[in-house]
Write a protein of this length. Structure first.
Length: 303
């Protein structure tokens, strides 16, 4: 009996130590000035590939500063992953409560309601496991990250270490892989699709989207527009409105009375008024708005 008690005590002690060490380890403060070269998720994927015999497979990542990431992508990610990012202190308690209710109804763990800060903690230091012990460690690390780093730095770290596909880490690598552009060049719709795959980037693709991804990206994009974040297509907005004036109401070419004068032998005696210098000037301005006598044709619009 005594041996059993000692064994239980040792197990509990190890358990407490395993969790407690995250109160001081790792050195989260280094993230304020250093970009991590590798994350726990990257190591986890490489270990998976090695077990599967894929020894030649490598993680692909390109680091980019946040000011070189399209605002479209930043806003799409915040809408999709953490709508209260700027307000909370690392945990969205309302979302957690709703997630717990859904899990109880489903009688299984489906929703986690993780904030971007929580996801960063998990990606950098932990594993994809849904083990409750891992969630406790994640909570400790999230608290430390929120009290050590600025929101901007947390967001910068997240978009650079987030997994966007099989072996694809960081938004710069994802943008180049899927769309052939830099992270700065992502359009609003491309950003919405990239954000839409984040819940499961190994299952979903932004370039061969399933119905789920298309619908989720459509909602993200709609919210971006609703909030005034995205303007309609630039060319559509900047293009001049179509000319709806009917041709009959526009004087084109030679004035009618000059034609009548040419074909009528007694046109001057028909009561038509003589053309004044002022008339000549007005007719010219209508037929040739530019006043340069070019022959590009009536109705031509010069940008």
């Amino acid at each position: 009996m005594r041996l059993l008690r000692n064994t239980i005590a040792i197990v509990l002690l190890l358990f407490v130590f395993d969790i407690g060490r995250y109160l001081v380890y790792p050195d989260v403060g280094r993230l304020a000035r250093e970009n991590p070269s590798v994350s726990a998720f990257m190591e986890y994927r490489e270990a998976q590939w090695k077990q599967e015999g894929l020894d030649d497979k490598r993680v692909r990542q390109r680091w980019v500063s946040l000011d070189r990431v399209s605002p479209n992508l930043v806003k799409a990610v915040l809408i999709a992953e953490d709508n209260k990012f700027w307000q909370h202190g690392g945990f969205d308690y309302e979302a957690i409560e709703k997630a717990i209710e859904k899990n109880i109804e489903a009688r299984e763990f489906r929703s986690g309601a993780s904030t971007i800060s929580q996801q960063l903690a998990k990606n950098l230091y932990l594993s994809p496991s849904k083990n409750p012990v891992r969630k406790i460690k994640e909570a400790i690390l999230t608290w430390r990250i929120e009290h050590t780093l600025s929101k901007r730095r947390i967001l910068e770290l997240y978009v650079n270490v987030a997994e966007w596909g099989d072996g694809i880490f960081g938004i710069e690598q994802a943008a180049r892989t899927y769309y052939g552009v830099s992270a700065a060049g992502l359009s609003a719709q491309q950003a919405a699709r990239l954000a839409a795959v984040l819940p499961n980037p190994l299952k979903y693709s932004p370039v061969n989207p399933s119905g789920y991804v298309r619908n989720r990206a459509r909602r993200i994009y709609a919210i971006m527009r609703q909030r005034g974040i995205v303007l309609p297509d630039y060319q559509e907005v900047m293009a001049p409105p179509p000319d709806t004036t009917t041709v009959d109401s526009v004087v084109i070419g030679v004035p009618d009375y000059l034609i009548e004068q040419a074909v009528s032998a007694d046109s001057t005696a028909s009561g038509l008024p003589e053309q004044t210098a002022s008339d000549n000037e007005n007719n010219h301005s209508v037929a040739d708005p530019q006043g340069e006598g070019d022959d590009t044709g009536a109705g031509t619009t010069n940008p």
